[in-house]
Design a protein around this ligand. Structure first.
Ligand SMILES: Nc1ncnc2c1ncn2[C@@H]1O[C@H](COP(=O)(O)OP(=O)(O)OP(=O)(O)O)[C@@H](O)[C@H]1O
Length: 353
């Protein structure tokens, strides 16, 4: 199910103390996608996701899920419509006095399922999340990752088309986070579920999301496919969130270099290369040396993955005859790489950085 938000606005409080947590948000989450919203603390992420299932009433704007305008529904219809939208939470929100089975069974009991039907359905869900052997345990006997698996099974009980994830992995260690993210990916692929998640961790977005939106002070400042936004961020808020992890910015050690826009006789041209997928940097570099008789000095190299697609950044200094440097650059630009000339330096680079 697709989700469309139009002009979504939320103001907390009134008068002098009023705080606009969301400011006219427009967002389209495609059916069957995993869509991540990332932002720093206080940016409005929780408010946004809670407005999607109307746990929080928006002050203005519409929330359309699977073609139905949730904001226009009467309370009884909204209760019914919400069955199509499951939710998982950072703090799991499990009932301590109920077993794993009892927690997953709860939404089915509330929906009026018979005991005979609840048993097999819960077992099917526990199988799906890999918890069949913990059926009769209580939450206090589970690890964080297992608790979140119970949360996911419970959220899926009514067969929703949309899953909302409110910082679902923020309380987990990195390894457990990865296993929960793999489960979300698996659910997305196997059940065709649309997943909207909020997080402040860009590793979460990188691991599972197709699309990302960056929220800052209640506004969406940038959005698009993760590969595009993370490898070519336009906004300061995005760059701040990404930092050095993705290798977008040049290392601090470059700050001391005196870059010139003009070529310098006998100097180096410093070039930043970004490559995706299977374009491997190494053969490109050796090819360059062989064909153009330039020296290639690798200054920084960084490889990362976005949904298993390798993405690399390489900063190199090319030295040699000016004509050869220019030919080498032209060759690089003809390849399936993003090439950006950082500048020209006159002194030997190896000694400078
Ligand atoms: N119930 C509330 N009443 C008043 N102000 C609120 C309420 N909930 C959130 N806010 C304010 O709205 C703004 C956005 O909060 P929100 O919790 O949505 O941000 P967030 O991005 O999820 O932050 P965090 O990552 O720290 O949880 C903040 O300034 C917050 O103080």
């Amino acid at each position: 199910m697709a989700i469309s938000l139009r002009g979504l606005t939320k103001v907390y409080g009134t008068g002098a103390t009023a705080l606009k947590a969301l400011d006219a948000i427009d967002l389209d989450v495609p059916d069957g996608s995993i869509f991540g919203i990332i932002g720093s603390s206080g940016a409005g992420k929780s408010t946004l996701i809670r407005c999607v299932n109307l746990l929080e009433r928006p002050t203005a704007g519409t929330v359309i899920v699977g073609g139905v305008d949730f904001t226009a529904l009467a309370e009884a219809d909204l209760r019914e419509a919400r069955k199509k939208v499951g939710m998982i939470f950072q703090s799991f929100n499990l009932l301590a006095r109920r077993t794993v089975f009892g927690n997953v069974a709860l939404p089915l009991e509330l929906a009026g399922w018979s005991k005979e039907k609840i048993g097999p359905r819960v077992d099917e869900l526990l199988d799906l999340v890999g918890l069949a052997d913990r059926r009769n345990h209580y939450p206090s006997q589970l690890s964080g990752g297992q608790k979140q698996r119970v949360g996911i099974a419970r959220a899926l009980a009514n067969g929703p088309d949309v899953l909302l994830s409110d910082e679902a992995t923020s309380a987990l260690d990195p390894k457990t986070t990865q296993s929960i993210l793999e489960l979300l990916r698996d659910i997305n692929e196997r059940l065709g579920l649309t997943i909207l998640l909020i997080t402040h961790e860009m590793n979460v977005i990188k691991a599972v999301c197709h699309n990302v939106a960056v929220i800052d002070e209640g506004r969406i400042v940038e959005q698009g496919p993760v590969l595009d936004v993370f490898t070519d961020p336009r906004e300061t808020a995005t760059r701040d969130l990404l930092g050095e992890i993705i290798g977008v910015d040049l290392p601090d050690s470059f700050g001391g270099l005196d870059f010139s826009r003009e070529t310098i006789e006998g100097g180096d041209v410093v070039v930043q290369l970004r490559f995706f997928g299977n374009v491997a940097a190494e053969p490109v570099m050796s090819d360059l040396v062989r064909r153009f008789d330039v020296d290639v000095n690798i200054l920084t190299a960084h490889i990362d993955h976005i949904r298993n697609v390798p993405y690399g950044t390489l900063v190199v200094g090319l030295s040699g005859d000016e004509g050869q440097r220019r030919a080498a650059l032209k060759h690089l630009e003809s390849l399936d790489l993003k090439v950006e000339v950082v500048g020209h330096v006159g002194k030997a680079l190896g000694a400078a950085v």
